[in-house]
Design a protein around this ligand. Structure first.
Ligand SMILES: *Cc1c(COP(=O)(O)O)cnc(C)c1O
Length: 228
């Protein structure tokens, strides 16, 4: 099926899930374009999609240059090495994968030099998966407090990549705990922290994620087809 048709189907499914969600909040679609060609990406841009997610610095950097379109919001969604922050910190709308102190410090340092603010989501390792990035669930509140000391990094919410399993009950519980955590942090009323985005839900699990309170989904496969 054509990308445009896939996209319209996804937008309908998002809207349907939103109606049954605990918040009824608007849901933002981030189109995940890793491994896709510029032509494929331009197809979604022509459909009005302006939020693009990439998981590798080099690929993100290349695509920013090739697309050369200042209307696009770029989202860094993958593991970010500290020594690569310099290539993207001032070019992205959101770094969604802030997950450790060394990264926080580096982003802050670069942002401070330029006198800018960099918006980030704290990535949460919701199911304590060993090989996965993200702050452990039990350590997120402390990490958010650590962020308060780094004034050029602005926390705008939480992100998670749920376990890649086919267990709806388990996934629902993961998403529910993320929503509760977001609410808990919100209630602390930190001046510098805004729990605006809860980024969770991918091709296989976005409906459940939205039902449980996600307001930002990151979808690739269901729009472009399987990656090679
Ligand atoms: C690849 C990726 C996605 C999208 O995954 P699909 O299953 O293709 O929708 C979402 N989030 C992150 C962090 C990713 O790396």
């Amino acid at each position: 099926m054509a990308i445009k048709d896939n996209l319209n189907n996804i937008l309908e499914e998002i809207e349907e899930a939103r109606k049954h969600s605990i918040t009824n909040e608007e849901v933002k679609l981030i189109t995940v374009t890793k491994t896709r060609t510029i032509e494929e990406i331009e197809e979604v841009i022509n459909c009005g999609i302006l939020d693009i997610g990439e998981n590798k610095v080099q690929e993100l950097k290349d695509k920013i240059n090739l697309l050369n379109n200042s209307a696009i919001n770029y989202h860094m969604i993958g593991n970010l090495q500290t020594n690569k922050v310099k290539y993207i910190y001032d070019k992205v709308y959101l770094i969604q994968s802030l997950d450790r102190l060394s990264l926080l410090k580096e982003i802050n340092k670069k942002a401070k030099t330029d006198n800018i603010f960099v918006n980030c989501l704290v990535e949460v390792n919701i199911a304590d998966e060993e090989q996965k990035g993200g702050v452990l669930y039990s350590q997120v509140e402390q990490f958010i407090e650590d962020c308060l000391d780094y004034e050029n990094v602005k926390i705008k919410g939480l992100m998670t990549v749920a376990p890649n399993i086919d267990d709806e009950v388990f996934l629902r519980d993961c998403f529910r705990r993320m929503f509760k955590l977001k609410e808990k942090i919100e209630r602390k009323n930190y001046n510098e922290v805004e729990m605006k985005y809860l980024s969770m839900g991918m091709s296989g699990d976005f409906k459940i994620a939205i039902e449980e309170g996600s307001n930002m989904v990151r979808i690739g496969t269901r729009i472009f087809g399987n990656r090679n």
